[in-house]
Design a protein around this ligand. Structure first.
Ligand SMILES: O=P(O)(O)O[C@@H]1C[C@H](O)[C@@H](CO)O1
Ligand SMILES: Nc1nc2[nH]cnc2c(=O)[nH]1
Length: 265
């Protein structure tokens, strides 16, 4: 991270405070593909801000991701809810990918919940299931960090936040998420390789955001919605519409999960 990146995140956080009237947020939620409708379950929407009004945000470029941020009241806490994200494959670099997380931590959030749509490599994680991310394998070849920022990643996905999520839903399984650059989906050979490497899930987000959150000292919870079997496992081509459709079908269930997590953060 450069000082310019941090300064831009601080400016975005200040502008956000001005527009929402909230001085500090307890936590932030980032909605992945297909998770947008689930955000409605998080609590009362106090304010909604277009990211175009804030410094450092890129316009939304992926169907299912909007350029809006909600300030949500959940019990006695204020939550920041990002109804979309920027992906590395959009070509704006790693600072753009993690700007939302940096803005959230600059606005006080000490817990970051990252959700995503993922392909499953594990027969015990079928389409429609939600999986807690226990750890990630960063296959992007990129990092949001620059210089001697030797951040420890041995507990990237907080064990205590995962325990809290399991209180909300005892059926939740845990898996390893492989983060690919994309935008192409994987080849069957790449999926076989990732499986041999210990991955259960494959996606195109989350890992860089988690690294940036850890650099800022925030705790991270990652949750994947399995929207498809990974390439070569389903016997049919993959497409983004299928990802969104599965997300729409699962919205009610994952909304209840998010509400349960929010109540336990
Ligand atoms: O933001 P997420 O990671 O949920 O988006 C997933 C990964 C790709 O961006 C897209 C592929 O369908 O959905
Ligand atoms: N890379 C990747 N991202 C996804 N997002 C949803 N499904 C997939 C998938 O199969 N592969």
């Amino acid at each position: 991270m450069t000082t310019e990146d941090l300064r831009t995140a601080q400016r975005a956080a200040d502008e956000l405070r001005q527009r929402t009237g909230v001085d500090s947020y307890a936590a932030a939620f980032v909605m992945g593909s297909g998770w947008g409708a689930a955000a409605d379950a998080l609590g009362e929407v106090v304010a909604e801000v277009e990211t175009s009004a804030l410094p450092g945000f890129q316009p939304p470029a992926v169907t299912g991701h909007s350029g809006r941020i909600r300030s949500v009241r959940s019990g006695d806490r204020d939550l920041l809810v990002f109804l979309g994200r920027t992906h590395l494959y959009e070509g704006h670099g790693t600072a753009a990918v993690v700007h939302g997380v940096r803005t959230a931590t600059a606005a006080g959030a000490s817990r970051i919940v990252l959700t995503n749509a993922a392909g499953s490599l594990n027969a015990e994680m079928p389409v429609g299931s939600t999986v807690l991310i226990a750890d990630h394998i960063n296959m992007t070849g990129e990092s949001p960090l620059e210089g001697p920022s030797f951040v420890d990643l041995s507990d990237t996905y907080s064990a205590s936040l995962r325990a809290a999520a399991r209180e909300a839903d005892t059926t939740l399984r845990e898996g390893v998420y492989a983060a690919m650059r994309g935008p192409q989906f994987e080849t069957p050979a790449e999926i076989r390789m990732l499986r041999m490497m210990g991955a259960d899930l494959v996606g195109m987000s989350t890992a860089l955001e988690a690294i940036a959150a850890r650099e800022q000292g925030a705790s991270v919870l990652g949750v994947s919605l399995v929207t498809n079997l990974a390439a070569g496992l389903a016997g049919q081509p993959l497409n983004h519409n299928e990802v969104l459709e599965t997300g729409r079908e699962a919205a009610a269930g994952v909304g209840d999960l998010l509400a349960g997590i929010a109540a336990r953060l």
